[in-house]
Design a protein around this ligand. Structure first.
Ligand SMILES: NC(=O)c1ccc[n+]([C@@H]2O[C@H](COP(=O)([O-])OP(=O)(O)OC[C@H]3O[C@@H](n4cnc5c(N)ncnc54)[C@H](O)[C@@H]3O)[C@@H](O)[C@H]2O)c1
Ligand SMILES: O=C(O)C[C@H](O)C(=O)O
Ligand SMILES: [Mg+2]
Length: 467
């Protein structure tokens, strides 16, 4: 699962083996040696750290192959991804040093008491005198983590920490990961409301559907800070941005394409809604049981809503039926559901966004010969359609203008802003969406969000650069 980079610490007995044999064993097991560091040189024996790009193989084949090299001892194996997670990925820093009693009496008691009283008199001052101004909670219950499913709150933490890192590095937003040990909708709502005073916004993450819809709706109604379920709206915004540009590449219009969306969970529902808002006229939503059809009856409230939309087609069928003749496939379901034979049946110059994480619905190697534009949610292939293009800039904008909530027009403006980062000259099948490291993404999204919030009366404050 995913690219693995291993560091193998190897002790070689030079009278019995050579580095050539070691390198051959690693290469034959499918690895690429990317660096060699001599840790302890020596005539009779030496210790080296060999860094190996292990692709999707994991460590097992290398350990097996190296066991057969006589005179070689495997001292240690470390996975660079695990090393990057040791002790967690974020920390909290004070904004000013406390060097003496004078400093202490200002930031702590007794000085702090006057600040507390000021906020008590005017709670809005919390936005200027506490971390609320710049802090977002990234909250999950661990029930729909990436495409891994319900792996619980402890296992969800590395993803939430990763989102917090990205918030800070890309947009200067202080984000704190919170993993809740409950799956009860009411308890989640109650808990988030109870911890909300310290936060300027709430980013809900990896909460399974359909509970995520109720949790988000209730919190938006009951709190006056922005509530944003990233997997729904962040994903929908980036999909629309990518689709606007992909359609330009293939020369098709949004109102003339057949779009199949597979996986009508958190991400899929929001994507379908935004596609309809953006002008799609023929939509086939598909979940495990096959197509969700116009006129169908469903227990799921959002599926019932979809069944009432005139753009949703009425014929039942499986994913394999639906994909025939489709211009666009958007997957937010599970990895490995499609093969080359399926995408071959799509219309000419088709667009495939296979966004299940960490493994896409179809591997690029299988899809690419048959489709005109291909994208995944991953950072190790071109065209990364991932909500990381959205949430940092969107919350930067929302915090800066103290938006009361995040509206549909704000989301559409963010999608157009992301799409516009790729210029007409740059646009091609390998480059429909900017990189997250493109320095224009966050400022453009921020600008679009603030401008729309001001125009629609949702801004609580006009930031200095808009005055
Ligand atoms: N690239 C991105 O930015 C991005 C963003 C959000 C989600 N995702 C990925 O999309 C996937 C779904 O995320 P989510 O938050 O919507 O999860 P979710 O659990 O809310 O929804 C998943 C949906 O897929 C359906 N599904 C499962 N197996 C299926 C199958 N074989 N055929 C059709 N439908 C199937 C489920 O029934 C469910 O409705 C995950 O893999 C996630 O990692 C990617
Ligand atoms: O975390 C990601 O990479 C994207 C998305 O939020 C997901 O759940 O897959
Ligand atoms: Mg997610």
């Amino acid at each position: 699962m995913g690219q693995t980079s291993l560091i193998l610490r190897l002790e070689m007995d030079h009278s019995r083996c050579s580095f050539g044999e070691v390198a051959t064993a690693i290469t034959e097991a499918g690895g690429d040696i990317t660096s060699i560091d001599v840790i302890r040189p020596g005539k009779e024996s030496s210790i080296r750290d060999v860094t190996v790009d292990a692709g999707d193989h994991g460590e097992k084949p290398f350990l097996e192959a190296l066991k057969n090299v006589k005179g070689l001892k495997i001292v240690n194996v470390s996975d660079r991804t695990f090393l990057a997670h040791l002790g967690g990925k974020i920390s909290i820093q004070p904004t000013l040093p406390i060097k003496n009693r004078d400093d202490l009496s200002r930031v702590y008691t007794p000085g702090v008491a006057r600040v507390c009283e000021a906020i008590h008199e005017d709670p809005k001052k919390a936005f200027s005198l506490t971390v609320k101004r710049n802090t977002v909670a990234v909250i999950s219950d661990g029930t729909a983590v990436l495409g891994l499913g319900d792996i619980g709150p402890y296992a969800a933490a590395p993803v939430m920490e990763g989102k917090a890192m990205l918030f800070k590095q890309l947009a200067g937003v202080d984000a704190f990961p919170i993993c809740l040990d409950t799956k009860d909708t009411e308890e989640i709502i109650r808990t988030i409301k109870a911890i909300s005073p310290i936060f300027g916004g709430i980013n809900l993450e990896d909460i399974s559907s359909p509970r995520c819809f109720e949790i988000e709706r209730r919190l938006s109604e009951e709190l006056s800070i922005p509530i944003f379920h990233d997997d729904q709206h962040g994903t929908a915004v980036v999909v629309i941005a990518g689709l606007l540009n992909a359609l330009k590449v293939v020369g098709k219009r949004i109102d003339q394409v057949k779009v199949v969306v597979n996986g009508i969970g958190a991400a899929g529902v929001s994507i379908c809604k935004m596609l309809l808002d953006a002008g799609v006229t023929l939509l086939v939503p598909v979940d495990r049981e096959g197509a969700i059809v116009r006129g169908g009856r469903y227990d799921h409230p959002m599926w019932s809503w979809l069944a009432e939309q005139h753009q949703v087609q009425p014929e039942p069928g499986t994913l394999k039926d639906a994909i025939e003749g489709a211009d666009v496939f958007i997957g937010v379901s599970r990895g490995g559901l499609l093969g080359a034979e399926d995408v071959r049946k799509m219309a000419e110059r088709s667009i495939v966004f296979a966004m299940a994480n960490p493994n896409p619905e179809i591997a690029p190697e299988e899809a690419l010969p048959h489709v005109a534009v291909f994208a995944t949610g991953r950072s190790d292939y071109p065209n990364q359609i991932n909500n990381v293009l959205v949430f940092p800039g969107l919350f930067r904008g929302a915090l800066d203008c103290r938006a009361k909530r995040i509206s549909e027009p704000m989301k559409l403006a963010a999608a157009r802003a992301i799409a516009s980062v790729v210029t007409e000259n740059e646009l091609n099948d390998q480059y429909i969406i900017p990189s997250i490291f493109n320095e224009h993404v966050v400022p453009k999204v921020r600008h679009a969000v603030i401008e729309t919030a001001i125009l629609t009366g949702l801004a609580g404050r006009i930031p200095p650069d808009f005055r």
